[in-house]
Design a protein around this ligand. Structure first.
Ligand SMILES: NC(=O)c1ccc[n+]([C@@H]2O[C@H](COP(=O)([O-])OP(=O)(O)OC[C@H]3O[C@@H](n4cnc5c(N)ncnc54)[C@H](O)[C@@H]3O)[C@@H](O)[C@H]2O)c1
Ligand SMILES: [Zn+2]
Length: 500
C-alpha cells in the first residue's frame, strides 16, 4: 500500500476485528492498538451518548464484555499501548517511539525551537530592510529519545538523526567511561563510526577553560573535522563541557548528548545551554548549542550513586511543580507518604519502584515546552530556576558541601513558604511540597544564618544588575516570576528553613 509518509489513521476499535483489515493495515504501516482499562474507558466516554454499542443499562459491564470479546483480535495487533495512565502527550510520544522502533515503552519527544526562531526572525524583519537576509543563531528541531536499553542502539540512532558515519569524538570521564564507553564504542562501530574516546577527569572542578583547552589540543592532534560530531557521555559536567567544546571547536561541530546522571537526563541535556566555570563563578563562559540528538537510557541510572540519584530527584520534583501535577503526584506517591496515611495495598511495605522512563519523559516534556518558547532565556525559562535563588545561596554558604539537588530541595520548600506568605497559593501547599521533598530523602532544612544567605543572594543581584527575582508557586503545575519581594519577607522564609 503506497501512500503519503507520516500519515496517521485512526480506525476505531471495530476495524481491526476483521483479520483481513488487520493484515492490510499492518502491511502498509505501523499498526498500534491503543488500549485502556474499563474504568478509564468509562471516564473518557462520560457525556458521550452517540455510541450505539454501549447503549446498555450498565455501561461498565458492557465495556468489560466488549473488551473480553475483542481481546483475541486486539492481541493479534503487532503493537499495543496501554494509555490508561498516560496523558495525551505521553501517549503520542510513545506512539512516535513505537513508530521509530524504540525499545518497548520508549518515548520520542521532538524539541521544536523553530517556531521561536520564526518569531525572532519576523521581529528582525520589521526593523531591518527586507533585502538584508537575517541569519539567526542556530536553533533547530531535535529529538529526545527515552527508553531503557537505548545506549546499545546509539550508533543507528545517531545515523537516523542525520549524522553521517565517520570519525566522532566521545567525551567522557573515567567513572562513566569505564562503565559505558565500551558499549557505546561497539554500537558506534556497528553503525559505521570510528569513535575516538577523550577522557577528562571526573568532577565539577574540571569543568574549566583549562580542560576545554586540553580537549582542543587533542582534537587538533586528531585533526577532527567540522562534520565530525562530538558525543557527550556522562553527567551534567561532561554534557556542559563537551557541549561548550562542540560549540566552539571549528566554530561549532554537530553535538549529541548521552546523559548518564538523573540530573543530566531531566535538566542539563535538554535546552542547549552549555558552559564552563571560572574561579569567579559557575557557568560564566558558555554558549547556546542545540544538540542533534539527546539519547536517554534510564537503565544507566542503576550504577549512579544513591546520593546523586536523590539529588536528581529534586530536579524531577521541580519539573512537576513547574508544569506537571501528575508527575508531582507520582513522585509524592513513590515516597513513604502514602503508606503512612493509607492502608498499603501490597502485602510488602516496600515503596513502589519509580518508573523512571515515564517520570523522565514527563520532566523533559516540561523543560522542552519551556525552552521551545524561550530558547535564549528571555522570559519563561526563568521558571526553571524554581528553588534556585534560595538554593544557590545555600550551596555557596555550605562551601558546596550541600549538593545542588539538596540545596534546590530546600529552596523549593522556601519558595513554597514565600508563595504562601505572599498569598500566591493556598496555605497547604508548603506542607505538600515539604512532604514530597522529605519523602524523596531530601533535606528541608539547613543550619545557616538567614541574613548571610540573603546577603549571598544580594551578591547575585549585583552581578546581574537586577532586583532579586523569585519563582513563586501558584499551585502545583503553575509558577510565576516576581520581583521586589520585601527583604523582611525573604528573611522570614529563610528563617523557616533554618535547622534547629
Ligand atoms: N546546561 C544546563 O542546562 C544545566 C542544567 C543543570 C545543571 N547543569 C550542570 O550540570 C552539572 C551537574 O551535573 P551532574 O549532577 O550530572 O554532575 P556530574 O556530571 O558531576 O555527575 C555526578 C557524578 O556521577 C557520576 N556519574 C554520572 N553518571 C553515572 C552513571 N550512570 N553511573 C555511575 N556514575 C555516574 C559522574 O562521573 C560524577 O562523579 C553542573 O555543572 C551544572 O552546572 C547544566
Ligand atoms: Zn538545578
Amino acid at each position: 500500500m503506497a501512500g503519503p509518509a507520516g500519515l496517521v489513521i485512526a480506525t476505531g476499535g471495530g476495524a481491526v476485528l476483521n483479520p483481513v483489515n488487520r493484515q492490510a493495515l499492518a502491511a502498509g504501516g505501523v499498526l498500534i492498538c491503543l488500549e485502556a482499562d474499563p474504568v478509564t474507558i468509562l471516564e473518557r466516554l462520560a457525556g458521550q451518548d452517540d455510541r450505539p454499542l454501549l447503549t446498555a443499562p450498565d455501561r461498565m459491564t458492557r465495556i468489560a464484555e466488549l473488551l473480553a470479546q475483542r481481546a483475541p483480535a486486539y492481541a493479534a495487533v503487532p503493537h499495543r499501548l496501554d494509555t490508561s495512565r498516560l496523558s495525551v502527550e505521553a501517549a503520542a510520544e510513545r506512539v512516535l517511539g513505537i513508530a521509530a522502533g524504540l525499545p518497548k515503552g520508549g518515548h520520542r519527544l521532538i524539541v521544536d525551537s523553530e517556531s521561536a526562531n520564526q518569531r525572532i526572525s519576523e521581529q528582525h524583519l520589521v526593523t531591518l530592510s527586507p533585502c538584508h537576509p537575517v541569519t539567526l543563531l542556530p536553533v533547530r528541531t531535535y529529538d529526545v529519545l527515552i527508553a531503557n536499553g537505548l545506549l546499545a542502539q546509539a550508533g543507528q540512532r545517531i545515523v537516523a538523526a542525520g549524522l553521517a558515519p565517520g570519525r566522532c569524538a566521545v567525551v567522557t570521564n573515567p567513572t562513566v567511561g569505564q562503565l559505558y564507553a565500551g558499549k557505546l564504542t561497539v554500537t558506534l562501530i556497528e553503525a559505521g563510526f570510528e569513535p575516538l574516546i577523550f577522557e577528562v577527569p571526573d568532577g565539577e572542578t574540571y569543568k574549566t577553560l583549562e580542560t576545554a583547552a586540553g580537549l582542543y589540543e587533542r582534537f587538533a592532534g586528531a585533526k577532527l573535522a567540522r562534520d565530525e560530531p562530538v558525543i557527550a557521555l556522562g553527567g551534567g559536567v561532561i554534557g556542559d563541557m563537551a557541549g561548550f567544546v562542540a560549540a566552539t571547536w571549528l566554530r561549532g561541530v554537530p553535538f549529541v548528548q548521552i546523559p548518564t546522571s538523573l540530573l543530566a537526563m531531566v535538566d542539563a541535556s535538554v535546552g542547549g545551554k552549555v558552559a564552563v566555570d571560572l574561579p569567579q563563578g559557575k557557568n560564566l563562559v558558555g554558549a547556546f548549542k542545540q544538540p542533534e540528538l539527546v539519547l536517554i537510557d534510564p537503565a544507566l541510572l542503576t550504577t549512579l550513586p544513591e546520593a546523586e540519584l536523590r539529588s536528581g530527584m529534586a530536579e524531577l520534583l521541580k519539573a512537576g511543580v513547574i508544569g506537571d501535577p501528575l508527575l508531582f503526584e507520582q513522585l509524592a506517591r513513590s515516597t513513604g507518604e502514602q503508606e503512612t496515611h493509607h492502608a498499603p495495598r501490597t502485602t510488602h511495605h516496600t515503596k513502589p519502584e519509580p518508573d523512571f522512563v515515564e517520570m523522565i519523559a514527563a520532566a523533559v516534556r516540561v523543560k522542552a515546552r519551556i525552552v521551545e518558547r524561550d530558547p535564549f532565556e528571555a522570559g519563561d525559562r526563568a521558571w526553571l530556576n524554581l528553588g534556585h535563588t534560595f538554593g544557590h545561596s545555600l550551596e555557596l554558604l555550605s562551601g558546596y558541601t550541600l549538593r545542588h539537588g539538596e540545596a534546590v530541595a530546600i529552596g523549593m520548600v522556601a519558595a513554597a513558604g514565600l508563595s504562601a506568605s505572599l498569598g500566591y497559593c493556598d496555605a497547604f501547599l508548603p506542607a505538600r511540597i515539604r512532604a514530597a521533598v522529605e519523602g524523596l530523602g531530601l533535606p528541608t532544612r539547613y543550619a545557616f544564618d538567614p541574613a548571610t544567605a540573603l546577603a549571598a543572594m544580594g551578591a547575585d543581584k549585583k552581578r546581574r544588575g537586577r532586583t532579586l527575582r523569585f519563582v513563586l508557586i501558584r499551585q502545583i503545575g503553575k509558577v510565576e516570576v516576581i520581583e521586589n519581594v520585601p527583604e523582611a519577607t525573604i528573611l522570614d522564609a529563610l528563617e523557616k528553613m533554618r535547622a534547629a
